[in-house]
Design a protein around this ligand. Structure first.
Ligand SMILES: Cc1cc2nc3c(=O)[nH]c(=O)nc-3n(C[C@H](O)[C@H](O)[C@H](O)COP(=O)(O)OP(=O)(O)OC[C@H]3O[C@@H](n4cnc5c(N)ncnc54)[C@H](O)[C@@H]3O)c2cc1C
Length: 445
């Protein structure tokens, strides 16, 4: 009998367990919380409205076998399906309903023109940049870096681009800028060098083939419910409310784990989807110890008595004058199907140093929703709630990224039957990147 153990019951761990069950007799999933799902959980009000806990929308990965595993129970009766979401952004005091990317044309004319010249003449080097500041300067020029990127990165990460690792801006979807006209941008994007940094002006341009899903009722946690049913149908044993206290290994092979309640479980394969430093501790290995640096992330949930004044499904708030990072407007996702009796609800994600009082912040966010033109001034707010995430966005500082890589290398070098996966492993953050990585690692014959 062979046994695989998966630690962490987020989407990374759940899909790992489903894939491992194809090859192992016994698969155990250990989740510290009372319920699985991680950042794809949902809470519900007494009136039946649902607020998601982190990630809202799910999309096909393009890998047929994986998509079958993830979405075979996602049907038209219970789920909305979109080719793309109506997404926008707020920056420079303006709401743009056609793109999530910052509009460089919002800068004063002369600054914009000088910045544009720098960006179009920039020649990114083939060498890996030393930090994000250098990468942004090389790609967009100093003017757009200082005027557009630095303020929003300071707001989101709380540190300067110089302290951040290359590509850190991708975490917040900041890879492109809106410049010039739609036609000129389309033309320039034929060149790979410009395609990477110039945005289309409309949402339906450059859309990939993925289908995007959201449940008609019950929030994104419904997906986790469906996958959890699959886990039990496949015979995966789920141990919720537990964590791994000890990992025993000999000659580079993990042979058992010890749970917090003292139980020993034999283990032929360990998949670890929670922070790797916890494994280093549990296995008593000499590994550089670095706890993850996380940005304080808080979610504010609102219900208003009338429809939003935009039809967007979600938007990024790049404007540094606003505290909000992203607003998801659930009632707009339901569109005509939404029952007005329930009111109109949204979730606002806020990244901060965590020092501000949550009730003051919720008042501020309420005012921001009005100031951004998403909620009318006379709308009555029927409900406000907020919750902090234990595992929010990472601060991708150079030290953190380098230390994470060093820690992961060190662990996988010392333990042969180990996979470090999930977003905590540091090699992927977005859900579909995590899922593809899990699939590549575990879908082996
Ligand atoms: C606020 C926020 C918004 C996001 N929005 C998006 C988005 O729009 N699109 C997107 O693609 N991605 C988004 N992401 C990233 C996405 O949520 C992750 O890709 C996804 O959750 C990764 O799943 P995971 O299983 O690796 O981690 P998680 O979802 O974090 O799950 C980890 C699980 O491990 C459990 N756990 C922790 N410690 C232990 C322990 N010691 N023992 C046992 N269990 C433990 C936790 O309780 C949790 O259930 C967002 C992330 C955040 C923080």
């Amino acid at each position: 009998m062979t046994t695989a153990i998966v630690v962490g019951g987020g989407i990374g761990g759940i899909v790992s367990a489903l894939l491992l069950k194809r090859h192992y007799d016994n698969v155990l999933l250990v989740e510290r919380a009372a319920v699985p799902g991680g950042l794809l959980r949902t809470s519900h009000t007494r009136d039946g409205l649902s607020f998601d806990f982190g990630t809202h929308f799910i999309a096909t990965t393009g890998l047929d076998d994986l998509d079958e595993l993830l979405f075979d129970f996602v049907n038209a009766e219970d789920w909305y399906e979109f080719d793309y979401l109506k997404a926008g952004h707020y920056h420079g005091g303006l709401l743009n309903g056609n793109s999530t990317f910052i509009d460089a044309r919002s800068l004063p004319r002369q600054t914009y023109l000088e910045g544009l010249e720098q960006m179009l003449l920039a020649t990114p080097s083939d060498e890996t940049p030393v930090n994000l500041e250098q990468q942004l300067d090389d790609t967009y020029g100093v003017i757009f870096r200082t005027q557009l990127f630095t303020p929003v990165l300071q707001k989101l990460f709380g540190v300067e681009p110089q302290q951040l690792a290359p590509d850190a801006h991708l975490l917040f979807g900041l890879q492109r800028l809106l410049i010039l006209s739609a036609d000129a941008s389309r033309e320039l994007k034929n060149l790979p060098r410009y395609d990477q940094c110039i945005a289309f002006h409309q949402l339906d341009e450059g859309v990939n083939q993925a289908s995007v899903f959201y449940p008609r009722h019950g929030g994104i946690g419904r997906w986790i419910d469906g996958l959890t049913e699959k886990l039990s149908a496949a015979g995966v044993e789920m141990l919720t409310g537990h964590f791994v206290q000890g990992v025993s290994h000999q000659n580079g092979q993990i042979d058992s784990i010890t749970l917090d309640d003292g139980r020993h479980l034999d283990c032929d394969q360990l998949v670890w989807t929670v922070p790797p430093f916890l494994l280093a501790k549990a296995a008593d290995l000499d590994v550089p110890m670095h706890a993850p640096q996380l940005r304080h992330t808080r979610l504010f949930h609102f219900i208003f008595d009338r429809p939003f004044t935009t039809d967007l499904h979600y938007l990024y708030v790049h404007d540094p004058a606003m505290s909000a990072f992203r607003v998801t407007l659930y009632s707009n996702v339901a569109g005509q199907d939404h029952d007005p009796e329930h009111g109109y609800h949204c979730t606002v994600e806020v990244l901060s140093d965590g020092k501000e009082d949550a009730s003051l912040l919720s008042e501020r966010i309420h005012n921001e929703l009005i100031a951004m033109g998403l909620v009318s001034e006379d709308a009555v707010c029927r409900y406000i709630n907020n919750e902090a995430l234990a595992a929010g966005f990472p601060v991708l500082s150079q030290e953190f990224v380098a230390a994470g890589k060093q820690q992961a290398d060190c662990l996988t070098r010392q333990l042969n039957n180990l996979h470090l996966l999930g977003k905590s492993s540091g090699s992927a953050f977005f859900m579909n990147d995590v899922l593809r990585e899990v699939y590549d690692a575990l879908n082996v014959a």
